[in-house]
Design a protein around this ligand. Structure first.
Ligand SMILES: [Zn+2]
Length: 277
């Protein structure tokens, strides 16, 4: 019946698998499924969280809390720092992100989208791993490390395809001549309004939300699962540990994100096939 389990799936008890199967039926039955992910999902790809023990900022120092104000004050200097990072945290972040690859969790969410059971994915991660896994309708609320964004017209550009003249900084938008900055949202910078609006549209339609690798305590992500619950929808939490979301979640799946999401994809596909049979 079920897919054979690898011997290292020790976390997958019968009780947990039954809960994942229940979650899979909820996903298969929903009309509009939205995913919400955070740093926990990328830990299995070798990207440490920013804060906490072993965190990038804990080890290498924090970026300036007024990063956006600094950029606005002197965009040329901010660009020189970006092109030639001296801050240890910026170097470590760049090297870590360049080496990271999507894991089974990213692939399972992209797989759910392919079979028609993940209509949009909102992520707080800047690491590009959902995109690399093939996710199409992706809303990166904190931006993407590998993209640039025009501060005027919001057009995004891949940094490696964008001509930057180090003697003529900051770079200007070829569409509107606006100042171009990195797409990653700095401290003190508002979430880009185009992305935020699409998030509210998707969440407003959602009758099922899969929250993975985040306790969703920070605005605006914190509002999304609560809104789905208010709309009468189902919230499925995937996290190795209990979180602030656990008491309100409809279903809480306790285990490593990659393996649980892979199993969720399997059960969703099965429930969907049974419903169609
Ligand atoms: Zn522009």
């Amino acid at each position: 019946m079920g897919q054979a389990r690898a011997p290292d799936d020790f976390f997958l008890t019968d009780a947990l698998d039954a809960e994942i199967a229940r979650a899979g039926r909820a996903v298969a039955q929903a009309d509009h499924v939205v995913g919400l992910t955070g740093a926990g999902l990328s830990v299995e790809s070798g990207i440490p969280p920013f804060r906490g023990p072993g965190g990038l900022w804990t080890r290498y120092g924090e970026p300036p809390m007024d990063g956006y104000q600094r950029f606005l004050r002197d965009p040329a200097q901010a660009w020189r720092d970006r092109l030639n990072p001296k801050a240890p945290w910026a170097k470590a972040l760049g090297e870590t992100l360049a080496a990271a690859k999507p894991n089974s969790g990213h692939c399972a969410l992209a797989g759910l989208e392919r079979i028609g059971h993940c209509d949009a994915l909102i992520t707080q991660n800047i690491d590009d791993l959902h995109g690399q896994a093939g996710q199409q309708n992706l809303l990166e609320i904190h931006g993407n490390h590998f993209l640039l964004r025009c501060t005027e017209c919001m057009t995004r550009f891949r940094q490696n395809e964008f001509q930057i003249d180090p003697d003529d900084l900051p770079p200007r938008c070829p569409e509107c001549d606006g100042i171009v900055k990195g797409d990653t949202v700095h401290f003190g910078e508002p979430i880009p309004p185009d992305v935020l609006k699409r998030c509210y549209d998707e969440v407003g339609r959602a009758d099922c939300m899969i929250v993975a690798g985040t306790s969703a305590t920070v605005y605006p992500a914190a509002e999304f699962p609560l809104q789905v619950l208010r709309n009468g929808g189902v919230v499925i939490e995937v996290n190795p540990e209990a979180s602030e979301l656990t008491p309100v979640a409809s279903i809480s799946l306790r285990g490593p994100g990659g393996a649980v999401l892979e199993r969720l994809m399997h059960h969703t596909q099965r429930a969907s096939q049974e419903a169609g049979a």
